[in-house]
Design a binder for this molecule. Structure first.
Ligand SMILES: [Mg+2]
Length: 125
């Protein structure tokens, strides 16, 4: 199983990557939405995207909409927003844009595991 981790903060990328590894996922990392689009082209077999909202160059929402516009990614991968943008309008906007679930920062491994299971993904251990 493969996860794409998208966040402009290195500390978040490292922490999420470690958690996802422990949950049985190979991880690919991107620092902004544009890098994430490039990563999806390189790794079309990605099962889940863990997606920050606020990033330079291209934010997470714009990445989400651009990716879901591609027929091959209209429903796959699953997308879990991992963000401080936790107001109801933002959540509804992200879900309408094609996100599957939402994690509020700060997060821990149990929260990540729970959300993966909620969207129907496998977790190791
Ligand atoms: Mg950010």
């Amino acid at each position: 199983m493969k996860a794409l981790i998208v966040d402009d903060a290195k500390v978040v990328r490292v922490a999420l990557s470690r958690m996802m590894n422990q949950l049985g996922y190979e991880t690919v990392k991107a620092e902004d939405g544009q890098q994430a689009l490039d990563a999806m082209a390189e790794h079309p077999d990605t099962d889940v995207v863990m997606l920050d909202w606020n990033m330079p160059v291209m934010n997470g929402y714009d990445f989400l909409v651009a990716m879901r516009d591609m027929p091959e990614h209209a429903t796959n991968p699953k997308v879990i927003m991992v963000t401080t943008e936790t107001g109801m309008p933002q959540m509804l906007k992200a879900l309408a844009g094609g996100a599957d679930e939402y994690i509020m920062k700060p997060f821990d491994k149990d929260m990540v595991e729970g959300k993966l299971e909620m969207v129907g993904l496998e977790v190791a251990g």
